[in-house]
Design a protein around this ligand. Sequence first.
Ligand code: 5GW
Ligand code: MN
Length: 383
Amino acid sequence: MGCEKKWIFVLAVMMFSFCWYNMRSITWHPSLVFRCNSQPTIDYVNSSSQFDLLKQDFLHRPIIDYVRSSPQFDLLKQDFLHRMLYEKPNVLSPPRSDVLMMTPWLAPIVWNGTYNIDILNTQFHQKNVSIGITVFAIKKYTVFIKTFIETAEKFFMVGHKVNYYVFTDRVGDIPNITLGEGRQLVILEVPSYKRWQEVSMRRMEMIRDHARQRFVNEVDYLVCVDVDMRFSDDVGVEILSHSFGTLHPGFYAASRTRFTYERRQQSTAYIPTDEGDFYYAGGYFGGTVEEVYKLTNFCHNAMMTDKGNNIEAIWHDESYLNKYFLYHKPTKILSPEYLWDNNAGVPAFLKRRRFVAVPKNHNAIRNKRALQAYSRNKQKFHS
Ligand code: 5GW
Ligand code: MN
C-alpha cells in the first residue's frame, strides 16, 4: 500500500512538472505568440516597411476577408474580372509550337496568338494604368516625329492613357498633331551632343533624370523606343511588365558567341562568351517607372565608369543594356514582332510586324554630315 502511494505521488509530481514546463513555453516562446494570433499575416504586412511591395502581390488572390478588415486594401475590391466569353486555353495544344514562348526564368516571350488582349485590356483598365512612351528626336531626327506619333495614334495602347515624351533640342520642329482622348504630347527640351554615339547613349541619363523628376508622378509604365520607326500593327498592354526587353531582329536565332556583346574585359559592359540569354535591342525596352529608373541609372553609371577609363562599349547604350538584362532578368520579353526591319524580309514565324524601321537614307542625303552618320549607322544595324 505504502509503496503504491509513493508511486502515485511520484507520478503526480512528474505530471505537474510536465504541465508547468509546457505552460512556461506557451507564455515565453515567441513563436507561439504568433500562432495564437488570429490574423497575424495582415499585421505583419502592415507593420513592416520592407513588405510594402508585397501588397501588390495580393492583387490577384481572392482574399475577401482581408479586404474587409483592412482599409488600405479597399482598392482591391475592383480587381475582380466579370463574366467574359472566350475560347478555353488548351493544356495539350499550346498556341505556338514554332517559337519559344517562355524563358528559363519563366518570363513570357510575347508572340501573336499567345495572349488574349480582351482579358489583358480588362485587367489594365481596372487598374486605370497610364503609359509613357519616351522618344528622342535630336537634330535631324525630328523628321521622324510626325510618322511616329501618327502611327502610334492608330496602333499604340489604343483605349489607354498615353503620354508621349518627346526629348528634343529643336522644340520648334515638333509638329502639332491632334491626339485622341486621354493622350497628350509632352515636349522636353534637352541638349544635343556632338558625337552621334553620345546622342544615343545620353538617352539613358535623360530618361533616368526625368523618371525621377517627372514620370514617376505622371505614368505607371514607360516604353522607351527609337524614333526612326513606324507602328504598323497593334502594340498594347500585352507588352507591359515589371521590366521588359525586346529581341533584336538581327539576332533572335544567333548563337551566344555570335551575339555582339562587349567582349573586352576592361569595359563594364563585358559579357564572356559562355554567358548570355538573348541579344536585346537598344531601341526598345521598358517597365514600371521605378524599374526603368534602375535600368537607366545602371547603364548611365556604367557608361560613365567606362568613359573615365577611356573605353566605350562596342554598340554603345545597347551593350550596357545587354549587360543589365543578363544579371537583372527582364520579367517579359518582346518578340521581333515588336521591332522589325523589312530589310530582313518576313520569315514564316513572324505573323505580325507591329513596329518597323523607317529607312533613313532620304534624310541622310540632305547634308554631308548626316550622310557620314548614315554610313556609320548602316554598320550599326548589324544584320
Ligand atoms: C544620328 C546619326 C547616327 C546615329 C544616330 C543619330 C541620332 C540618333 C540623331 O542624330 N538624333 C537622334 O535623336 N538619335 C536618336 O537615337 C533617335 O531617337 C534614334 O532613333 C536613336 C538611335 O539612333 P538610330 O536610330 O540612328 O540607331 P539605329 O541602331 O536604329 O540605326
Ligand atoms: Mn533606330
